[in-house]
Each structure stands twice: as C-alpha cells, then as structure tokens.
Design a protein around this ligand. Structure first.
Ligand code: AMP
Length: 218
C-alpha cells in the first residue's frame, strides 16, 4: 500500500482518520505528536519538547527528523505507513525525501483535511485522547464519545486531555499551520500526489472519502 501523509490544521481529524486507516489496512500510524509526547523525559531534550509543545510551538526540525528516521527504519514500515503530523514545513518535506531515498521508499500520496477554523476550535474543547494507542474521542460530540466515559474503546486505557488542547494554544497552533504547513499544499500539488477531503462532516463520511481516494490512486 502507498504511504499516506496527512496535512491538516489542528483538530481536523488527522489522528482519528489515521487510527481508522491503520486498523483497517494494517499499516502503522506514525504520529510525530505521539512520538514527541513519549519523548518528554527528564533530559534537556525531553524538557524542551514538553515546554514547547505546551505552548503550541513547533519542535526543532533536527529533533523531529532524528526521531522520525529512527521510527521509519523499523521493519513494520516496510509495506507503507500513515504519517500524522509530519512534514509540517517545507524544510521537513525536503529532508524527508532525502530520508526516503536512503531507505529506498516512495513518497506515496498526500491527503489534505479541510476544515473551518471555528469547527476545529469547537472540537478541541471536548477532545480526549488515548496516551497508549493514539485513538481520539470527544466528550462533547455524540458520534465521537467513548463507549465507556473516560476509557479508550480500543485498548481500555484511561483517556487524557492533551496539555496543548486549550483555546490559547489552539490559536498558536492554527497560526503555525497557516504560516508554515499550508505552503506544503502547493508543494505537493506540484508533484501531483495531493488529494483534498472535506473533514467537517464527521469521521465516517471523511473516512469514506479517503477510501475513495485510495481506491482511485492504486
Ligand atoms: P499533533 O499531535 O500533530 O497535534 O502535534 C502536537 C504538537 O507536537 C505540535 O503542536 C508541535 O508542538 C509538535 N509537533 C508534532 N509534529 C511536529 C513536526 N513535524 N514538527 C514540529 N513540531 C511538531
């Protein structure tokens, strides 16, 4: 299967879609946000990651690329994977292609999840995620509530509110998206591998649109 890169503003649903695709097609979901949350240890690097993420700032390209290269070298990535949260700027996209060359892998396809800022902001408020498997729920949106309050449907871990899921950090992250990540749309459009999906209509409709793309891009 081709690898998939998701490009989307915060709370557009890339984590949700990535988890759904990963479980249906049995390819790994690689979330740089999750990798970074797991790297928040007591080292200087861990403390830097934790304080920058809480403010909604990007983590340095150097750290991201190091962690990602490590992850992509693992054997479960051989038959494709889903990238959620990477690349986030043109520099990362360019360096990613160099990594792919070294690992002898293809770029795959890029899916943009389009969403209105206000809808994304509403989603942030009720969002709760699983620290173990990355599944995302929302205790304010009927179709996205966990079956048992506060518990992950998939792996039964206690759900957590992310530290950066607040209105203030959302604004910083959204601005970061517009300034640094959105230019990637043109970058990948020029390579003819970009597809767009309306992500405001709920997770199942969004998922159907993505599957149509996967069928058409084989
Ligand atoms: P996400 O889980 O994708 O919403 O990412 C959460 C946070 O992790 C972001 O707000 C950034 O602070 C950091 N982050 C994740 N991926 C990247 C990346 N590719 N480049 C820089 N920072 C990142």
């Amino acid at each position: 299967m081709k690898s998939i890169i998701f490009i989307a503003p915060p709370a557009a649903g890339k984590g949700t879609q990535a988890v759904m695709l990963s479980s249906k097609y049995n390819i790994p979901h690689i979330s740089t946000g999750d990798i970074l949350r797991n790297a928040q240890d007591d080292t200087e690097r861990g403390k830097y990651i934790s304080s920058e993420m809480a403010k909604g700032h990007f983590i340095s390209d150097e750290i991201i690329l190091e962690l990602l290269t490590e992850r992509l070298s693992q054997s479960d990535c051989e038959n494709g994977y889903i990238l959620d949260g990477f690349p986030r700027n043109i520099k990362q996209a360019e360096e990613y292609e160099e990594i792919l060359n070294k690992l002898n892998k293809d770029l795959g396809i890029v899916i943009v999840l389009d969403i209105d800022k206000e809808i994304a902001k509403e989603r942030i408020v009720g969002r709760i995620s699983c620290p173990k498997c990355g599944s995302v729920f929302n205790d304010m949106i009927e179709e996205s509530m966990p079956k048992e309050a506060g518990i992950c449907d998939k792996c039964k871990t206690k759900l957590k509110k992310r530290e950066d899921d607040n209105a203030e950090s959302f604004e910083v992250r959204f601005e970061g998206y517009l300034a640094k990540t959105e230019p990637l749309i043109e970058y990948y459009q020029n390579k003819n591998i970009l597809y767009r999906v309306d992500s405001s209509l709920g997770k199942d409709i969004t998922f159907n649109q993505i599957e149509d793309i996967l069928r058409g891009s084989k």
